[in-house]
Design a protein around this ligand. Structure first.
Ligand code: RAT
Ligand code: ZN
Length: 465
């Protein structure tokens, strides 16, 4: 059946006999016939029962680009987190720990990292069944390294990680998770991180930089003096030469970091336009710098910082944002590209609608509280239905190296189901799909949309599994 036929099922009477049979078959639920006709037209089309396994194979064999993480290249030393104690003290798990333990946050923060990890293991993995997304993630990592998943303590896991050398371990982890390149989050105003950059770091093809701007765009009043102290002529009100000087600061850091985009995480209350220092800096410094340097700006919208400060990093929540701010930015700055993720479930559909209106908007990832299979499934189905393959389905947001194993494994598992369903529906509607097309779609979703948008060119040689 041709595309026209598929669109016009209501007027089947005008069709040749073969198509009338097909339409009848589809209406009465004998959907196999669509697949048979498609296959007979072109041997490359897959039969319905083949679709899932081809989708799974293609997903497994395609090296992904991880467009947003908090991982670091080995040159950053202790800033790069890895190993069992870091995995267990991930703030997603700390939030769950505080629900399940009598230990007060102040007491927990006074423990050593090792003691914290022991407490979390005991509470969430021994005394409770680890069925939450974040706890299952640790189990999947232990299993990937053939470590015990039900041990009363962490002795064996610790001794395994202690014997790994970081470079080889990174290669191994990337291979196991099927990622070829990860994008870091690099804050030029973080004193510890800035010190590493200022000493000079060799660029690493598999860890690409991102110029993170939260301290400039969201917390200017407590950070402008750092820039002033470094010789940039800025003031708290962003008057005079301030915006030009921030552009100079960004250009200097661009030279140093070679970032693939600039990024900021914004509160649910973000509005644009509105006369705030943040918006002045956005309009007069950041957006012009992105245009000059041909970089997209990533806006991660909807965080409500520190609703419970005693939980530290685990104390942030999410809120629904007014995405008219995004509409205004996309319309007023067609020369800027915006990579956008939103933190509240309620904003997801609007984000898809805006992406249909503005080609300079690229939705990416299921961020933080959205990164659970049920929500990922909902968001991704919606995005495919509204945007086809013109979006970036996922990023890992990994803070600890080995997390990419479980996070990307989960993404492949969920996406296999969703993509297979999409191709099956397409087949039922009258259009077969080939392995080549599935590969083209997966490559676009998990590599080339990110590469084309950021100018990031990932090394293609490192293929997973
Ligand atoms: O997901 C997270 O780990 C959050 O704490 C944030 O880091 C968020 O992803 C961000 O980049 O701001
Ligand atoms: Zn993040």
């Amino acid at each position: 059946m041709d595309a026209h036929g598929a669109r016009c099922l209501g007027t089947a009477a005008n069709y040749p006999r073969e198509q009338q049979d097909l339409v009848q078959g589809m209406r009465t639920g004998i959907l196999k016939s669509a697949g048979e006709i498609a296959v007979s037209r072109d041997g490359d089309f897959l039969k319905e029962p083949q679709i899932s396994s081809v989708v799974e194979q293609v997903l497994a064999a395609t090296p992904f680009v991880d467009i947003h993480t908090h991982l670091y290249a080995p040159a950053f030393g202790k800033l790069g987190l890895w190993g069992i104690d870091e995995l267990l003290t991930y703030h997603y798990l700390e939030a769950e720990f505080f629900r399940n333990s009598d230990i007060a946050p102040e007491k927990y923060w006074s423990l050593s990292k090792r003691e914290q990890a022991d407490a979390i293991w005991r509470t969430l993995f021994v005394e409770n069944t680890p069925i939450s997304e974040a706890t299952r993630g640790v189990i999947a990592v232990l299993k990937a390294f053939q470590l015990p998943t039900d041990s009363p303590d962490l002795a064996e896991a610790r001794s395994f990680f202690e014997t790994q050398s970081i470079e080889a371990h990174i290669r191994n982890v990337f291979q196991m998770s099927g990622v070829s390149v990860v994008v870091m989050t690099n804050d030029p105003l973080d004193p510890e991180e800035a010190a590493v950059w200022l000493k000079g770091v060799e660029s690493h093809q598999q860890f690409r930089a991102v110029l993170r701007l939260d301290r400039i765009l969201v917390n200017w009043s407590t950070h402008w003096q750092v820039l002033a102290g470094q010789g940039y002529r800025v003031d708290e009100q962003v008057s005079g030469k301030s915006a030009a000087e921030v552009r100079r600061f960004l250009a200097d850091w661009h030279k140093r970091m070679e970032p693939v985009y600039m990024a900021v995480s914004l509160p649910d209350t973000f509005e644009y336009p509105k006369d705030t220092t943040g918006n002045r800096l956005l309009k007069e410094a950041v957006l012009p710098a992105c245009r000059e340097l041909d970089l997209p700006l990533s806006l991660m919208i909807g965080v409500r910082k520190q609703v419970n400060p005693s939980l530290r990093l685990a104390g942030d929540a999410s809120g629904r944002a007014d995405l008219r701010a995004l509409e205004n930015l996309c319309r007023e700055y067609p020369e800027n590209r915006f990579l956008v993720s939103v933190l509240s479930r309620e904003n997801q559909h609007e984000l898809c609608v805006y992406a249909r209106k503005f080609r300079n908007l690229m939705p990416f990832g299921c961020w933080w509280f959205m990164n659970n299979p049920s929500i990922v499934e909902e968001i991704t189905r919606e995005r495919i239905e509204m945007l086809g393959t013109s979006f970036i389905p996922q990023h890992s947001d990994a803070r600890v190296l080995e997390q990419v194993i479980y996070k990307w494994n989960n993404t492949r598992r969920t996406l296999a189901r969703i993509l297979s369903d999409s191709y099956r529906l397409l087949l039922e509607d009258g259009r077969g799909v080939t392995r080549h097309e599935i590969q083209r779609d997966v490559t676009r979703l998990f590599r080339s949309n990110a590469e084309d948008w950021t100018g990031l060119r990932a090394p293609a040689s490192d293929s997973p599994k």
